[in-house]
Design a protein around this ligand. Structure first.
Ligand code: GTP
Ligand code: MG
Length: 149
């Protein structure tokens, strides 16, 4: 089954939005496979965002992401990478539709409270970067036959 890496960034944790973000994925019907609160080491963040290394906002981004704990998660389900991005909303919260997580809870692109993998291959890379294999839970979702036809 498809999996994605979703993280509540330090501003989202500080603003008490961890539960709200989990709730939206849970209520949609996606399955939580892993989750942990951690202060991410700089090296991990530099690797995570390595494709953005030449952007002017890169060092500020890494500093922001290291400024407090993040809540890292893995979610599983049908097209969860694409649907997760839709649920988060556009990168710039002022362009995120109301009803999306960013569209409902934030204003500035540099404080956009959450991360979601942008493609299936990216998700695989990010999950391997943030989690050990034994932190991912394999289990049967009780709701499965009521969520999927
Ligand atoms: P993520 O889910 O966090 O990866 O966001 P994204 O995929 O929608 O955007 P992208 O990967 O291009 O950028 C990663 C993060 O860098 C964004 O979520 C923002 O927090 C930050 N970022 C992107 N563009 C800008 C910018 O123009 N200015 C600032 N300050 N931050 C930016
Ligand atoms: Mg991205």
């Amino acid at each position: 089954a498809e999996r994605t890496f979703i993280a509540v960034k330090p501003d989202g944790v500080q603003r008490g939005l961890v539960g709200e973000i989990i709730k939206r994925f849970e209520q949609r019907g996606y399955k939580l496979v892993a989750g942990k609160l951690m202060v991410a080491p700089k090296a991990l963040l530099e690797n995570h965002y390595k494709d953005l290394a030449d952007k002017p906002f890169y060092s500020g981004l890494v500093t922001y992401m290291a400024s407090g704990p993040v809540f890292a998660m893995v979610w599983e389900g049908k097209e969860v990478v694409k649907m997760g991005r839709k649920m988060l909303g556009a990168t710039n919260p002022r362009e995120s539709a109301p009803g999306t997580i960013r569209g409902d809870y934030c204003i500035d692109v540099g404080r956009n409270i959450c991360h979601g993998s942008d493609a299936v291959e990216t998700a695989q890379r990010e999950i391997a970067l943030w989690f050990k294999d034994d932190e991912l839970c394999d289990y049967e979702f009780a709701d499965k036959k009521w969520v999927y036809e």
